[in-house]
Write a protein that binds this ligand. Sequence first.
Ligand code: HEM
Length: 268
Amino acid sequence: MARLKLPVPPVPPALKPRPARPGTGNGRVGPLDQAAEAGITVVDWIDERTSLSGGLRWMLFRKVPKGTNWFYTLGSAAMFAFLSQAVTGVFLAMYYDPSPTHAYESIRYVTNEAFLGEFVRGMHKWGSTVMVILVFLHMGRTFFWGAYKYPRELNWVIGVVLLIMTMTMSFTGYLLPFDQRSYWATIVGVNINGTGPLIGPYLSDFLRAGPEFGATTLSRFYAIHMMLVPGLIAALIGAHLYLVAKLGTTAPPWIKAKPDERLTESEV
Ligand code: HEM
């Protein structure tokens, strides 16, 4: 069957340069006109050199199935929770010291003394729970809509990896305040990992950076938490969204497809 290729949507009117009004001079542009058009000029300048706008329109101006509702916003909500974690995390990293002797004190400083520190730390701490809840709700939405079926299986698999990565973030972040609770909770968590089949013992050795919880365990958790996993999550979200734009979203299961009249006529 020949594949129907949708044309790239047209440039939205807001992005088109405004036509000159009658009587505004023969091509003469004043500073106010220039200021009003500045945004468009910059976008045009970049687009002329990169041709990125076609891709952006392909991504953003998509047709969505009939029946699309608020449940379809859960994926984007999870993505914004991730972005908020990334931004607040950068500010926390400006003060955090991942050494066993200074970690607790640096977190105490952020909470009690740094400007807006308690607020930013609170956003990051509560935001982590919000992100986990949103990812689970989004997974539930795609499951109950049957969105994991052909041709979206790969996107489901990428989603499963994103879920594991999100939980890895929670697990590695929990140790960082380095108080009694986070220390003992991490020992329990690493031991649970060690009971996994085949790779379990290797995984727990890798997490601890050796057979015992030692001085390098904290910096290992910190590196995983702020570099390795966020990088992976960002790349996987990119792949996830590419597939969403390419395949389109699934219609709700209660929406019945309208039979193609031309087909019915030729069959009769
Ligand atoms: C960081 C985590 C995640 C982010 C940021 C994310 C983001 C998104 C976004 C923005 C969409 C577009 C439409 C929608 O929201 O439904 C989407 C679709 C989808 N996601 Fe996720 N997602 C994540 C995790 C997951 C997980 C854990 C699964 C399942 C295991 C999953 C499976 C899917 C599937 C199958 C679709 C296609 C939905 C459809 O065709 O209707 N995603 N995702």
